[in-house]
Design a binder for this molecule. Structure first.
Ligand SMILES: NC(=O)c1ccc[n+]([C@@H]2O[C@H](COP(=O)([O-])OP(=O)(O)OC[C@H]3O[C@@H](n4cnc5c(N)ncnc54)[C@H](OP(=O)(O)O)[C@@H]3O)[C@@H](O)[C@H]2O)c1
Ligand SMILES: [Zn+2]
Ligand SMILES: [Zn+2]
Length: 355
């Protein structure tokens, strides 16, 4: 076992407890590792699902849980074999910190499908035992193959959410060929949804936002939407019937997917990135008529994550963030449940020093 050092962090002790200040072990960098002082970490709704053990049937949470997988920081040390990074560089870490590198998925740069992939938090930690701990922490040590480069022109607080919300929306938009001339729906204007709007707009598509929050209409247009539909208004929904090439569903809670399947044109695809706790009801005829497809998509591989960061650098895309100190994380979770965030919380990790 490698030696370890103590890092300040915020952790949840159980599904019902608030997150609180704690100390965790991090390994010293081995020869391929990059040690990063975390500057900002975004709050993803997956952090909340995990902390509250809402995915226990597929992915039970082991406590204490330190979430956080939208990490931007400064390199403080590198192992002897590290060539791509040096102390002082801006660097980022997303949802994965390792994989087996040998399977066909890894060979294809699709590490998100590797059967032996290690998530940034709540996965077995191969180096020091126990489970991996995420970015609500002062520092992290990660193999260089899973460390990304952040375009220096991007604001680091706003760039952090690209590491999950950015890649999770960029990957399916690209995979399903979203481009100029395509009509694309984005369901749910939260952290993922607002990134999807910016990216789909930059890809040249005609973008329609579906929101339950009438107050987000102006924002949706500013973020790059061409149209906004209040999804609770059935007459507005009906007007969109049979017209979409692609719909990306980024909703975190139980909702009616059938209402959106009807909006796909022949051979259209609706892809779930939102992962609500409860199973969704899908009527067979909504897929049969129109030969429609319903699919899902997890995050994105390391090469595509770098491609997305570079794309965002070129198009000057970052998340719209509300920067908060770590002491406000519990309040932020409550607000996330009320869809009250414009449009991503980004934790200023300097606040951990006084925790
Ligand atoms: N597939 C993946 O790899 C992956 C990666 C990251 C996250 N996720 C999942 O994606 C989901 C979204 O994450 P996020 O961080 O973007 O969450 P978020 O910021 O909380 O946004 C979720 C949005 O869903 C809408 N919504 C919430 N409750 C709703 C309800 N009851 N009915 C209809 N719409 C509702 C709201 O948008 P409006 O106010 O506009 O209606 C809300 O802003 C989560 O389930 C998360 O775990 C999946
Ligand atoms: Zn996430
Ligand atoms: Zn693999």
């Amino acid at each position: 076992m490698a030696g370890t050092w103590n890092a300040k962090a915020y952790a949840a002790a159980s599904p019902t407890s608030s997150m609180a200040s704690t100390t965790i072990s991090r390994r010293y960098p081995t020869e391929h590792d990059v040690q990063i002082e975390i500057l900002f970490c975004g709050i993803c709704h997956s952090d909340l699902h995990t902390v509250r053990d809402e995915w226990k049937s597929v992915f039970p949470t082991i406590y204490p849980c330190v979430p956080g997988h939208e990490i931007v920081g400064r390199v403080t040390a590198v192992g002897s074999a590290v060539t791509a990074f040096k102390a002082g560089d801006l660097a980022a870490v997303g949802c994965m910190v390792d994989s087996d590198r040998t399977c066909s998925e890894c060979q294809a740069g699709l590490e998100q499908f590797c059967p032996n992939m290690t998530l940034t938090y709540n996965s077995p930690d191969k180096h020091i035992g126990g489970i991996t701990r995420g970015g609500y922490s002062e520092g992290i040590v990660v193999d260089q193959r899973f460390v990304l480069r952040v375009p220096t022109a991007l604001d680091p607080a706003g760039a952090a959410p690209l590491l999950c919300a950015g890649i999770t929306t960029y990957s399916p938009l690209r995979h399903w060929g979203v481009t100029k001339g395509k009509k694309v729906g984005i369901v749910g204007l939260g952290g993922l949804g607002h990134m999807a709007v910016k990216i789909a707009h930059a890809l040249g598509a005609h973008v329609v936002v579906f929101t339950t929050s009438p107050g987000k209409k102006e924002d949706a247009l500013r973020l790059g939407a061409d149209e906004v539909v209040i999804s609770r208004h059935s007459n507005e929904m009906k007007k969109q019937t049979g017209s979409f090439d692609f719909i990306l569903d980024a909703v975190s809670a139980d909702h009616d997917v059938n209402a959106y399947l009807q909006l796909l044109r022949r051979d259209g695809t609706m892809t779930l990135v939102g992962a609500p706790e409860k199973p969704l009801a899908v009527p067979a005829f909504s897929l049969i008529f129109g030969r429609r497809s319903l699919s899902g998509s997890p995050i994105g591989g390391i090469p595509e994550t770098q491609e997305m960061l570079d794309f965002c650098g070129t198009h000057n895309i970052t998340a719209d963030v509300e920067v908060i100190p770590i002491q406000k994380v519990n309040e932020a979770y409550d607000r996330l449940l009320k869809s009250d965030v414009k449009y991503r919380f980004s934790i200023d990790m300097a606040s951990l020093k006084s925790a």
